[in-house]
Design a protein around this ligand. Sequence first.
Ligand code: HEC
Length: 112
Amino acid sequence: MKKVLIGVALVFFLLNLTGTAIAAGAEIWAKKCALCHGKDGKGTTPMCQKLKCRDLTNPKVQEAFTDDQAAKGINEGVKDSSGKIVMPPFKEKLTAEEVKEIVKFLRTLKGK
Ligand code: HEC
């Protein structure tokens, strides 16, 4: 009986860890990314209309980049086809761990 309880506690602990990571990602998103991409990621803000963001909730858009590519874009910034910086780099502002958490959160927006 004790073993079962420990097992159950462990599962809840692990679930809670991933839940916390997504919550942290959501918080950073709201603070640093929603300004352009919008809280929902659809990119309908005036900033994003000017900068021509894609709709990050669109599964096709999400499939266009891997987690690594998304992390690279967040770290190093994104340029348009003429080389103009359209999204600033966040490498100085976020830790590698935070970037991972944001990418995890980003994936939860898919199809919403
Ligand atoms: C100044 C406005 C602005 C801010 C702030 C901003 N972005 Fe972007 N982002 C853009 C634009 C513009 C693009 C390029 C068009 C597109 O891919 O939608 C882009 C592209 C992306 C992409 C696609 C990258 C790829 O490889 O194609 C991801 C992922 C992304 N942003 C995530 C984020 C995250 C996470 C944050 C917050 C840490 C953030 N953005 C903050 C404007 C912004």
